[in-house]
Design a protein around this ligand. Sequence first.
Ligand code: ADP
Ligand code: MG
Length: 304
Amino acid sequence: MSAPLAEFELIRRYFSFASASADVCLGVGDDAALLRPPPGELLVACCDTLVAGRHFPINTAAFDIAWKALAVNLSDLAAMAAQARWFLLALTLPAAEDAWLRDFASGLRALADLHAVQLVGGDTTRGPLSITITALGSVPVGQALCRSAARVGDDIYVSGYPGEATLALADVLAGGDGGALRSCLDRPQPRLQLGLALRGRAHAAIDISDGLAQDLGHLLSASGVGASVDIDALPWRQSGQRDLAAILQGGDDYELCFTWPPDQPLPATDVALQRIGRIEARAGLRFWQGGCEVDLPQTGYQHF
Ligand code: ADP
Ligand code: MG
């Protein structure tokens, strides 16, 4: 049996992979990191925790747990139109197992490298598996996308295919392997490039973590407006079966929903964008299908 890993050795072995970066004056190893946001930019900060069995199925691979923990945070930065720069990892582990930690670290590193974000610190403790990441980015003053800036007449857009993560989760909970959609659940793609492309041009944005209807509802309330959504315009892949409840109520997709001045050309982007409705002065979220208003639930994932 190998000797138990000391905390510092664990950090050195698995979590000291940051490369030299001009905006990190001091990274992992001291009491705190010293970071240099670009002059004239605001620091953008967010934090999200994943708890085993609650935010991911217990049998999820360590690689995917790490990926998701970072992805959900980067998604929040994307929704603010921030440039993602740094993150801190607070890791609570039942035991320090080499194979698990190696897999976890490579998942973390894979997504961090993809978006050039640096791990600059964290905390490591023993206990039931839980991962908290604090992500930090920056945005020029006046260019962040807030939930509160939607204007009457804006078009409402959504990226990608909300609902697929929920369909995968339903399959996993029923004893399946999630099928072709499992990666939507385990490895969501934070829409950072899209967020940057929307900077200074979109009016309001939110990332969809708890369901399109509920999260769009947050944006509407924050902006003091309402909206009509066209059910027939909701995106789904032609190859899959359209599941309205999954599209509207399903959580965990981490797509962006944003409002856009009408008749303005959309930015060029790799991700599918679909216009789903329009911002209106009358408060509330209304769904329409074939010219008739339809009554659909507006709730989503409930944390408590
Ligand atoms: P302190 O006791 O001063 O809080 P720690 O012993 O917790 O310091 O951590 C030592 C260094 O290692 C710090 O720079 C901290 O940010 C970093 N660190 C701790 N855990 C992690 C982790 N899981 N990932 C990355 N860095 C970590
Ligand atoms: Mg500490």
